[in-house]
Design a protein around this ligand. Structure first.
Ligand SMILES: Nc1ncnc2c1ncn2[C@@H]1O[C@H](COP(=O)(O)OP(=O)(O)OP(=O)(O)O)[C@@H](O)[C@H]1O
Ligand SMILES: [Mg+2]
Length: 326
């Protein structure tokens, strides 16, 4: 078997460390695990890790994102089918439970399973047997189940959208992975990690102001968002990432605010004259107001507190009036 790269779960958060040590213990047992957390917090990474640490690590690891699967194909995907079970079933097909036999099955977005499939799923988990769609005999199954959900399943149970008995079955060991904004101390560590990864052999420093902006941001897309932004920055970075390099959402919310900071630095280090800075700020203020108003000049003028004729004059002066008026 090919050597597999190690799974790096980068963190220095106390809370995450405690969760990880619990996960390690759970991983070595054979129990079901339910991973709960917002998008991008690392649920799949944890699932990989659990399988890797478990006694089943050399056995199959099968994953399925239940939300990505059309409901009518879900049963045959999970449980397999016999030839002729439905019009397009031209041959026997093993389901994912069979493929994961002796190994681990990761059901992602478990909250997205329709009720009919929930019932079947519960039956499989309780009996340790599957029956293929259109089949007549059962097949013994030995799988370790890992599930993941972005939503609180308990709330779905209360609203009778999720079977309570299935919930208890999969919720033996719930693991809640906190959002990145609840462990901001991980942000600098993760940025450094992704810079090394996306610019190998090309060290990239992050200035203290840029790092503060990274830490202050709320990261609605969690580590995935941070990873994507880091990847983009690493691609263009020339040894250093400054506040001006960051995307507007990290730069104090408004693109012009980032620009003001960048301009005042240029003024301080002499790379721009006072007149350059004023022009740069003014053109960008105008451009941004037009963009915010989707090209509507009356609206842009209002937002800037200028009369329409003054705005027109300025657009002309800075050569911003080519685009037709809307
Ligand atoms: N602690 C971490 N250290 C390093 N990389 C991480 C960490 N957590 C997450 N990642 C990376 O962030 C990305 C998103 O993680 P993952 O796909 O596991 O999130 P998820 O919770 O499954 O998201 P979704 O709910 O959207 O499916 C992946 O590339 C993953 O490797
Ligand atoms: Mg995922």
């Amino acid at each position: 078997m090919e050597p597999r790269p190690p799974i790096a779960i980068v963190t220095q958060s106390e809370r995450m460390r405690a969760i990880l040590s619990r996960v390690e213990t759970i991983a070595r047992s054979d129990t079901s695990v339910l991973l709960i957390g917002e998008t991008g917090v690392g649920k799949e990474l944890f699932a990989d890790y659990i399988h890797r640490v478990s006694a089943r690590s050399e056995r199959p690891f099968v994953k399925i994102a239940l939300s990505a699967m059309p409901h009518d194909l879900l049963e045959s995907e999970l449980f397999g089918h016999e030839r002729g079970a439905f019009t397009t079933a031209h041959a026997d097909k093993k389901g994912l439970f069979e493929l994961a036999h002796t190994g681990t099955l990761f059901l992602d977005d478990i909250d997205d399973v329709p009720q009919a499939v929930q019932t079947k799923l519960l039956r499989v988990l309780e009996s340790h047997q599957v029956m293929r769609v259109g089949g007549t005999s059962t097949i013994p199954i030995d799988v370790r189940l890992i599930t993941a959900s972005k939503v609180d399943l308990r709330a779905l149970v209360e609203r009778q959208l999720f079977r309570a008995d299935l919930y208890y079955r999969i919720n033996v060991f719930p693991v809640e992975i906190p959002a990145l904004r609840e462990r901001r101390e991980d942000v600098p560590l993760l940025v450094a990690h992704f810079m090394r990864r996306f610019a190998p052999g090309r060290p990239i420093a992050v200035t203290p102001e840029a790092e503060r902006a990274f830490v202050a941001y709320d990261w609605p897309g969690n580590i995935r968002e941070l990873r994507n932004i880091s990847q983009r920055l690493a691609l263009f970075a020339n040894g250093q990432i400054t506040l001006a390099d960051l995307p507007p959402e990290l730069n104090g919310g408004h693109p012009v605010e980032g620009l003001i900071k960048a301009c005042s630095r240029c003024l301080a280090d002499g790379s721009m004259s006072y007149a350059d800075v004023v022009t740069c700020l003014e053109t960008n203020l105008l451009r941004q107001a037009l963009a915010d108003a989707r090209g509507n000049r009356t609206q842009a003028a209002k937002a800037l507190g200028l009369s329409l004729s003054t705005l027109r004059d300025k657009l002309k002066k800075f050569g911003l009036d080519e685009a037709g008026e809307s």
